[in-house]
Design a binder for this molecule. Structure first.
Ligand code: IMP
Length: 442
């Protein structure tokens, strides 16, 4: 019963899209378990570019079940645009199913997200303004509206009215916004419901049946461990749990249904939005990494903050996710930077030294990385396909990460193309045998 979770091990944007796309080829079911259209990734396939925010990119492989789990928050307008876009390009979307229990992002969630950020002024979180936080807040307050509610006009109208009532004060500045008219909103959402109806389903049994039949299930996480609402750099986090444990809740399975957890991490670090970042670079090296790594957000286009690899944070991410493998991406971006500083401890306020990720917000805000210099490499590595193709110093850099974090490296990405991927012996062991997660092409 092979199930593998692919999670972000930093602040999101680690290149999970490429890794999940590679793995999806071998999976029978792919299920997104949290987040919403705050996420986004671009897949380049045979010269064609595909952008996804909600639908697992596995949809590009015919015959897969691609599921949006109950833990995801769904903006139906965005989802329909994504579905229509795929159909226009001839993709068969019949395998797409969305949990009837997934919550809907409503027009007032978008307005509240914007208003919340404006109110915070220079203390703002830097959200994607897609309504994610307010939607999860309504879910917890039991005022959420779910996919299944779209199929019953009376219930839908009642629920929208009930959800808007306690927000009247905060929504007052938008009182004249036509998007907030109860009648219009109900009509719009009913029509979304009609169009989405063939895809609305009870998704957990699809996963259980696949697991029972010894099929491969891929649990696809969005964002990353340090944006986790419980374990990340709160309050500068997203409103869901990107960690692997949340795959159980967001997909409807138990911990024993996850056999491998692969964490995706860049060979350096980026972050979008505000919040602590102990290894952040403010100089021309940071700029060089941003340019070389095309570090601009897929969802919002914002330039990403860049910094040196942070092994204190990565070891923490490994622990809270229970990582069994590390996929290191964008190694090629570091070519030519020599030496390569890597943070192995932090110095906090008053010179205190931390070898673990500090839980205290004030400490974390002031923490700065302490570095060991690792030798860099100068040869172009974009053509490397096997571990042995990498220069010795690049191999050493990866081995240092793996030893420090205590997790084997399974994949190394040296460019955006699918073929620009090195599968290590450990990766091959897991993929080909072991838990039998996938049979990989060598
Ligand atoms: P929200 O998820 O839109 O509420 O944004 C909260 C924080 O998470 C902000 O700092 C965002 O920049 C960040 N964030 C949300 N989604 C992603 C993502 O997919 N990649 C990177 N950062 C993200």
């Amino acid at each position: 019963m092979p199930g593998i979770a692919i999670v972000g091990a930093q602040w999101g944007d680690e290149g999970k899209g490429k890794i999940t796309d590679l793995m999806a080829e071998h999976a029978d079911v792919v299920i997104r378990y949290q987040g919403g259209n705050n996420a986004g990734h671009t897949i380049v396939r045979e010269g064609e570019t595909w952008k996804f925010h909600l639908i697992p990119s596995g949809i590009l492989y015919p015959g897969k079940s691609c599921l949006i789990g109950n833990g995801v928050v769904v903006d139906p307008k965005v989802l329909l645009e994504e579905i229509e876009g795929l159909k226009r390009r001839g993709v068969d979307v019949r395998g797409l199913k969305i949990s009837a229990n997934a919550h809907l992002i409503m027009p007032y969630h978008l307005l509240l997200d914007q208003a919340g950020e404006t109110r915070l002024g220079d203390r703002q979180i830097g959200t994607t303004r897609r309504g994610i936080g307010p939607c999860y807040a309504d879910k917890s307050a039991r005022l959420g509206i779910r996919l299944q509610d779209l199929l019953d006009e009376k219930i839908l109208k009642q629920k929208i009215a009930a959800a808007m009532e306690p927000k009247r004060q905060s929504l007052r500045p938008f009182a004249k916004d036509p998007a907030l008219d109860l009648h219009t909103m109900t009509e719009d959402y009913l029509s979304y419901g009609q169009r989405l109806a063939p895809h609305i389903a009870d998704t957990p049994p699809i996963v259980w049946n696949a697991l029972d039949a010894d099929r491969n299930v891929l649990y696809e996480g969005a964002q990353g461990a340090l944006l986790d609402i419980d374990h990340g750099t709160y309050p500068f986090v997203t409103s869901s749990n990107p960690v692997a444990g949340a795959a159980c809740v967001g997909a409807g399975v138990g911990p024993r249904d996850i056999h491998e957890v692969w964490g995706v991490a860049k060979a350096y670090v980026t972050r979008v939005g505000a919040g602590p970042f102990p290894t952040e670079l403010f100089d021309e090296v940071g700029e060089r990494i941003r340019e070389a790594g095309h570090e601009f957000g897929t969802t919002t286009g914002r330039p990403r903050r860049t910094g040196w690899l942070d092994l204190v944070a990565l070891r923490y991410a490994a622990r809270i996710n229970g990582l069994t493998g590390l996929a290191i991406t964008k190694l090629d971006v570091l070519t030519g930077i020599d030496p390569l500083p890597v943070a192995t401890t932090y110095t906090g306020p008053e010179g205190a030294r931390f070898d673990h990720f500090p839980y205290n917000q004030s400490v974390l805000h002031k923490a700065e990385g302490d570095y060991v210099d690792r030798p860099g490499w100068h040869d172009d590595i974009a053509g490397a396909r096997r571990w042995e193709d990498l220069p010795q110093t690049a191999q050493d850099y990866l081995a240092f990460i793996s030893d420090f974090v205590g997790v084997p490296i399974v994949l190394v990405s040296v460019g955006p193309g699918r073929e620009q991927t090195i599968v290590t012996d450990e990766g091959r062991r897991v993929m080909g045998g072991g838990s039998g997660v996938v049979a990989v092409k060598a």
